[in-house]
Design a protein around this ligand. Structure first.
Ligand SMILES: [Zn+2]
Length: 558
């Protein structure tokens, strides 16, 4: 299967705006502080190549999409200058501790993803020296945050792919079979005096990054032993940790607060699993994570948050990692919007803009538009350049849309939703036009959930179409939102009115039994203002909440 080349995409709309904001923010982060892990490390901050490696990854790849140059070459030169004589990175601990091992894994990926876009041999040489350090020194066990070490897996597999040298594949196999994810260990039961679980701390970002590396290894070896633990981890997260927004907790046992790095890995893992299995449920989930959790994670300045939660936890922008890892995930979203294989094109994610896709025997160029009208999202696709031979278009029918309908050149097409995709095969002509109508309904999720667990049965979350909604102070300044209850009549459609500017209007009940109108808006609009730039800055946002208690006196809908 081939994925879309982001260089051949031109997008407009919200996703494009968010990508551009995240790039501008990363440009702002290219300061002395990004080098401080090397120039002035201390006990708390000595993550070595982490910060610079992540920046290099995100900016070299997004530069491919935008066609702009962000000065990545100069940052790579500086990073190479910090490499130790043994090939490792990190000036502070000897032997390297979990922070520096973790930083090395981000440095390895950064150098290799930069090499893929620049073909700069010096970057590849530095990456092979680092790969040799892993080969000679990788510990099969460590006393603290052991899941940090195995995050190099994706880099080692990529190093093997780019060099063809078997020693890197062997090192990747060794890292894989000794890692916590492979062994099915989520977190240790032992606590250190500081209260940290050890040796496996249950850090979700590290474990999901490792899981993505296991899938990379599965992709080149096709050995099920690498796939099975990832599917098990996916089930575990879905059952135990998944938020209604598609987000996940920072640690397995700290589920109320996020880390955008983990949300980004979770998004990428689902995209990767779709590619490997073509099971539409992974793509449905990827879309849900993107438009709800990842968009919610982004602050007004374009950076991304950790310690953020659905019940008024604005958290903090984490510029040392999250602000890089989310744009890196955006790049994977761009790649997976469209995919091609054996006479078929998959249309996975619905964005406005233009795309040019290389096929085995020609090119498919598309132009797409999205309109929201009369309770439906209408996705129109015009074919501007087509191949001469029959082509199968596989158009995803989003899970949130219920009964979708499709019209091709003015003719209604019967839909068979067995695979989650509408399947249309023919010799296409230039100017052919597809119009898919996805009904947008208000849906209420009953029971404040975490994965499959119901924490508070009388709380609800509200969706409209693909979006999760929340209540916040800016639209409801007169209401005590922390106390208000939602009044739901027995017929759900009567409970909400949809206004033209994407607001949902409903009735609430205050503690003194007065009825008050409530205005819901998409959770993704929360944003917030960070207190500064670089490393960690707390975010100021309006009071908001996703889970709303129901008015108890009213009979509940079934
Ligand atoms: Zn992070």
């Amino acid at each position: 299967m081939n994925l879309a080349d982001p260089a051949q995409l031109v997008l407009k709309g919200e996703f494009q705006d968010r990508i551009v904001r995240s790039i501008h923010h990363l440009l702002d982060l290219n300061t002395d502080e990004m080098r401080r892990e090397f120039t002035s490390p201390n006990d708390f901050w000595h993550w070595g190549a982490d910060y610079m490696g992540r920046w290099i990854s995100a900016m070299s790849l997004l530069g491919q999409y935008t066609g702009e140059s962000y000065g990545v070459d100069a940052v790579v030169r500086e990073l190479l200058g910090f490499q130790n004589s043994d090939g490792s990175f990190g000036p502070y601990t000897d032997p390297h501790d979990f922070q520096e091992w973790f930083g090395m894994s981000r440095g390895l990926v950064g150098l290799l993803e930069y090499y893929q876009t620049s073909h700069d041999e010096q970057a590849l040489v530095a990456a092979t020296r680092l790969g040799d350090f892993y080969l000679a020194n990788y510990p099969d066990w460590a006393p603290c945050l052991y899941e940090c070490y195995s995050t190099a897996l994706e880099g080692l597999v990529l190093l093997f792919k780019l060099t063809g040298e078997a020693k890197y594949l062997e090192t990747a196999r060794r890292v894989a079979t000794s890692c916590a994810v492979y062994k099915g260990i989520r977190y240790s039961k032992e606590l250190t005096p500081e209260g940290r679980r050890s040796p496996v701390s249950g850090q979700v970002h590290c474990q999901l990054t490792t899981a993505r590396g296991l899938l990379d290894l599965y992709e080149i070896t096709r050995e099920e032993a690498y796939l099975t633990p990832v599917i098990e981890l996916h089930d575990y997260i879905s059952n135990e940790l998944l938020w209604v927004s598609g987000g996940i907790g920072f640690y397995y046992y700290r589920p109320e607060e996020n880390e955008t790095c983990a949300d980004s890995d979770w998004l990428r893992l689902n995209l990767q699993l779709w590619r490997l299995t073509r099971d539409v449920r992974f793509m449905h989930l990827a879309e849900h994570i993107l438009v709800n959790q990842l968009f919610f994670d982004q602050a007004d300045n374009g950076g991304f948050c950790y310690l953020r939660g659905l019940q008024n936890r604005a958290g903090a922008v984490f510029d040392a990692c999250c602000s890089h890892h989310a744009p890196r995930a955006f790049y994977e979203v761009l790649r997976h919007m469209y995919a091609t294989s054996e006479g078929a094109v998959w249309i996975n994610l619905f964005m406005e803009g233009k795309a040019r896709l290389a096929l085995e025997d020609g090119t498919l160029s598309l132009s797409s538009e999205i309109q929201e009208d009369s309770g439906a999202q209408i996705f129109s696709l015009e074919l501007e350049e087509v191949p001469p031979t029959p082509l199968r278009l596989m158009l995803r029918l989003p899970a949130w849309a219920g009964q979708a309908s499709l019209v091709v050149n003015g003719q209604a097409v019967a839909l068979n939703n067995e695979t989650g995709y509408a399947r249309l095969e023919r010799i296409w002509r230039q100017g052919d036009r597809l119009v898919a109508t996805f009904p947008m309904a208000v849906r209420v999720t009953r029971g404040h959930t975490l994965g499959q667990h119901v924490l508070f049965p009388d709380e609800v979350a509200v969706f409209y179409g693909p979006r999760l909604f929340s209540l916040d102070d800016t639209l409801n300044p007169d209401i005590r939102l922390h106390l208000v209850r939602l009044k739901l009549p027995s017929s759900l459609p009567d409970a909400f009115r949809v206004s033209r500017n994407n607001r949902l209007l409903a009735m609430g009940v205050t503690p003194d039994h007065a009825s008050e109108p409530l205005i819901f808006s998409p959770l993704s609009e929360i944003g917030g203002t960070p207190s500064g730039l670089g490393r960690i800055h707390t975010v100021r946002s309006p009071y908001y909440k996703v889970w709303i208690p129901l008015e108890a006196d009213i009979p509940l809908p079934s």
